[in-house]
Design a protein around this ligand. Structure first.
Ligand SMILES: Cc1cc2nc3c(=O)[nH]c(=O)nc-3n(C[C@H](O)[C@H](O)[C@H](O)COP(=O)(O)O)c2cc1C
Length: 208
């Protein structure tokens, strides 16, 4: 059970890309997904679905596809595109090294929506579509943190979503939004690097 406060969970949460291969219990997997389903969604639509992949052969297949995409989209950035600053290059470096071992994470959770974004250009629709799944994803990740489990939110698989969906027999109408590897961390928790809150607060309008 949890032995940390919500404050500590929020303030020490970070992308945990070093995950041990040790198994995670079905009870813990169920708990983090239940936490996800406590999140708000537009009109309480609850259009989410979650796939928990424990099977080693499936994770290996997902890992191979993810690595193929990362070799194309992440590796070049990790090697230093001219436009990238040092901090961004570092993140891409971590992401690239993680791509080489993502298949070893003991569980992959796929956060899905049971339908795609409605096909018109009303910006609020897109906002409420993704706003109806990412709060659930954050709940899931914080619930994992509360049990000492690490997660990292990834979306790279979307570059080859039809192939990804085939691996898991996901129906056409279902959209995968995030792939979240889950496992016990092989690194410590610490405060993530973030900017100063005073740089982003505007009191009573954008003027101040
Ligand atoms: C929408 C979104 C997509 C992301 N996609 C990926 C991804 O495909 N692969 C990956 O390794 N990390 C991915 N990340 C993780 C970010 O790189 C990470 O959250 C960010 O660098 C902050 O990390 P930190 O909390 O450890 O400081 C994604 C994060 C978000 C919010």
């Amino acid at each position: 059970m949890s032995d940390i406060t919500l404050h500590d969970a929020i303030f020490t949460q970070r992308a945990m890309r070093r995950l041990l291969p040790d198994p995670v219990s079905d009870e813990d997997i169920r708990y983090v997904i239940e936490a996800a389903t406590r999140a708000p969604s537009a009109a309480n639509g609850q259009q989410w679905a979650f796939i928990a992949v424990r099977d080693a052969a499936l994770r290996k297949e997902i890992g191979a596809l993810y690595l193929e995409i990362a070799a194309r989209l992440v590796k070049p950035a990790s090697e230093g595109g001219a436009s990238l600053d040092e901090a961004s290059r570092k993140v891409y470096g971590h992401a690239w090294r993680f791509a080489e071992r993502i298949g070893d994470a003991p569980v992959h959770i796929i956060a899905c929506m049971r339908h795609g974004v409605a096909g018109d250009d009303d910006a609020s629709r897109e906002s409420s579509y993704y706003g109806s799944i990412f709060p659930a994803v954050q709940n899931l990740m914080l619930a994992a943190r509360s049990r000492g489990l690490g997660t990292v939110l990834t979306t790279l698989h979307l570059a080859e979503e039809p192939r990804f969906k085939k691996i898991l027999a996901i129906p056409d109408k279902v959209q995968t939004v995030a792939l979240i590897p889950l496992g016990y961390p092989d690194a410590g928790w610490k405060q993530p690097l973030r900017g100063d809150v005073d740089e982003v607060i505007h009191w009573d309008g954008w003027r101040g």
